[in-house]
Design a binder for this molecule. Structure first.
Ligand SMILES: Cc1cc2nc3c(=O)[nH]c(=O)nc-3n(C[C@H](O)[C@H](O)[C@H](O)COP(=O)(O)OP(=O)(O)OC[C@H]3O[C@@H](n4cnc5c(N)ncnc54)[C@H](O)[C@@H]3O)c2cc1C
Length: 371
């Protein structure tokens, strides 16, 4: 399909040329940005999702779709395509073990209350985040511009002038509404509230994926409780994923080495090949109930706004994206700023209530946040 203002790949909806203006610019192609775009697109608004990485992009994540996210998806999306599931598809629940326990026993976790659990209390479905997030974006039917980094933006009368670097070229785009769905290190949030970002504390997480074997049932997630660090282990697509957090006392890489030897000595871990390693940071916004929704016609959604329900960040992203999209549509009808509708939105308040209920459970696992 050839458009007047750009060339669009009909299968991926990725545009290689950007127009000079859009009604809504969504920054970030994760579940929050995809959900906001999907809510807006049916209304006839001209919406573009900009993404700094090449699409489809990867995201370090367990890729477990928890019951609340499944409920949201079943109410708002077609069925998740079969090819996006990874083996084992169904995760029965979580179990923990402690590096301080001489028997290294594996114990079922007391159920984490994650809010609107499904009636049969199924736990999770395992998906491939690369394909899943791209599917969510394509379901929105919004155009996407990848390799498109938001640099900054400024107010231009009632509009917003957004500066991006798209495929190596700097350009400005005009928009009426800007949605910051750009994850934990959000440039949209930092531009809006520079002082706020200085108050945040951070933790780094590191993971390695292995081909190999371990004497643990692959249909469960495992938490590794430790006085210094915090770890988790899942099976995905036949591989073992081991994830650790860093702390003031120990780097994540050293913690991982200790956890590997703990698992070798106690649970028969045999690593045949390390297939990848990567890291990510997260901040303590949700753990301090320190949420930010935005200002006037700039709205923050998903992790950039602090919407992360303990282990379940995908639900908070989907729900807040929908709420922000609806707030913009309500604002067009009412003439009031979208931020007013967003901050009054029922989904925002129910999400905060759930976060408040579940966050203290995770605090017990002991992430060590710092500057
Ligand atoms: C180790 C780990 C495991 C997790 N496991 C799970 C799990 O199993 N289940 C679950 O529900 N949640 C899990 N989460 C949480 C979940 O991954 C996040 O909460 C969720 O991805 C947040 O979605 P989002 O759309 O807000 O942001 P993201 O998914 O982070 O998307 C933000 C996007 O914005 C893009 N971007 C950033 N800056 C710019 C810029 N300046 N210009 C253009 N684009 C930009 C990024 O490249 C990215 O694609 C996990 C998190 C971590 C750290």
């Amino acid at each position: 399909m050839k458009e007047k203002n750009g060339t669009i790949d009909n299968n991926t909806l990725i545009t290689k040329e950007m127009k000079k203006s859009y009604d809504v610019v969504v920054v970030g192609s994760g579940p929050a940005g995809a959900s906001a775009a999907k809510t807006l697109i049916g209304s006839g608004l001209d919406v573009v999702i900009i993404e700094k990485c090449s699409l489809p992009r990867d995201k370090m994540c367990g890729g477990i779709i928890l019951p609340s996210a499944r409920k949201f998806l079943s109410e708002n999306y077609d069925d998740i395509p079969k090819q996006l599931f990874t083996e084992p598809k169904e995760i029965k629940g979580s179990r923990y073990m402690s590096t301080c326990d001489p028997q290294a026993q594996v114990i079922d976790c007391p159920g984490l209350d994650l809010g609107d659990t499904l009636p049969n209390r199924e736990f999770g479905l395992s998906i491939d985040r690369v394909g899943f997030d791209f599917w969510l974006c394509k379901e929105s039917r919004a155009l996407m511009a990848d390799n498109c980094l938001l640099i900054d933006y400024k107010k231009d009368g009632r509009d917003i002038s957004v500066r991006v670097k798209h495929d190596g070229n700097y350009m400005r785009i005009k928009t009426k509404y800007l949605i910051g769905a750009d994850g934990p290190i959000s440039r949209v949030r930092r531009s809006l509230f520079p002082e706020f970002d200085k108050t945040l504390n951070w933790v780094a997480l590191y993971e390695e994926h292995y081909e190999g074997k371990i004497d643990l049932d692959p249909e469960w997630m495992y938490w590794i409780i430790d006085p210094i660090s915090f770890g988790s282990l899942i099976h995905k697509g036949g591989n073992i994923h081991l994830n650790v957090s860093n702390s003031k006392e120990e780097t994540a890489i050293n913690a991982l080495k200790r956890f590997v030897s703990f698992l070798k000595n106690n649970h028969g871990l045999k690593i045949e090949k390390k297939i990848m390693s990567r890291g990510i940071v997260m901040n303590d916004m949700p753990y301090r109930e320190n949420y930010l929704l935005g200002k006037e016609n700039v709205l923050l959604v998903g992790e950039s706004a602090g919407f992360v329900r303990a282990l379940d960040g995908i639900t908070g992203a989907l729900v807040s994206g929908k709420a922000a999209g609806e707030a913009i549509l309500q604002s067009i009808k009412s003439g009031r700023p979208p931020m007013e509708h967003y901050s009054e939105h029922e989904l925002v308040h129910s999400e905060w209530a759930i976060c408040k209920k579940v966050q203290p459970n995770l605090a017990n696992y002991g992430f060590s946040f710092g500057k």
